[in-house]
Each structure stands twice: as structure tokens, then as C-alpha cells.
Design a protein around this ligand. Sequence first.
Ligand code: HEM
Length: 134
Amino acid sequence: MQIALVTAISLHALAGVFWAGTTFTLARSGGADAESLFRPQMGAATLVVLTGVYLWLQLHEGPPSMTEHVLGIGILAALIAAGVQGAIGGRALQSLRNGAASESDARSKVALAQRIAALLLAVTVICMVAARYA
Ligand code: HEM
């Protein structure tokens, strides 16, 4: 059994499910309790990207076929989602902590960031599971 690959794809899928799942939840809840989920979410996103790069290097080297193009679209959507969550959501939570923004302003920015990310990560999940059949 290829222990390294099995470990990488398992960590990748687990962290991906957490990242996408908390994003869908925070999008639905309007960013309620985002303070306790933001750091684990960004941690999961980092683990997804690191294991994803490893999987790509191990399994998808060489000229890209349709599978790699579909994976690429999913990867791009995930990277933009992380950027939006980090830049808009993270900054809003920081200004809430510093008292530089009102609760409602910061919460609506967090909700917006999570809703944009939810749409992008929905694309990512579809691309991830559909790529091998493309
Ligand atoms: C929320 C985000 C993500 C989720 C839920 C996710 C989930 C998955 C799942 C379930 C698979 C296995 C598909 C299968 O075997 O049929 C997969 C494969 C893969 N993912 Fe992701 N992924 C995410 C983001 C990313 C990112 C950001 C990267 C790259 C930086 C990436 C790179 C890959 C690669 C290269 C594979 C192919 C592995 C193979 O050929 O078996 N993924 N992903």
C-alpha cells in the first residue's frame, strides 16, 4: 500500500471537508461565531493546499489532460476562496477585535466573504470529484 499517498489524500479530503463545510455553515449563519472557526478554517485551507500540491506532484506531472484542467479550475477557485476569506473575513474579525468596526459591520463583511467562498468551494468540490472522469 502506498502509505504516503493514502495519508496525503486522506488528510486532503478531511481538511477539505472541514474547510468547505464550515464555509457553507458560516455562509448560511451570516458569519455567526466566525471568531471560533476562522483560524481552524485557515489552518485546514493550508493543509488542503500543501497536500494538494503533493498529490499533484506525485500523480499529475507531465502534459495536462482534461483531468488536470478540471483539477486546475477547482484549485484556482479554492485559492481565490482562501484569499477572500483571509483578506475580507480576517480583516473584519480583526477590526471587530480592535473595536475599529461595529459588530453589525464586521459581521456582514464576514458573511459576505464566507458566501463568496462558499460558491467558489462548491465549484472546487465538484471539480475535485469529477476530474478523474473528465
Ligand atoms: C475545499 C477544497 C478541496 C476539497 C474538498 C478537495 C477534495 C478532494 C478530493 C475528495 C479528492 C479526491 C478525488 C478522487 O480521488 O476522485 C481530491 C483530489 C485532488 N485534489 Fe483536492 N480538494 C480541495 C482543494 C484542493 C486544492 C486547493 C488543491 C491544490 C492545491 C487540490 C489538489 C488535488 C489533487 C492534485 C487531487 C488529485 C489526486 C488524484 O489524482 O487522485 N485540491 N481533492
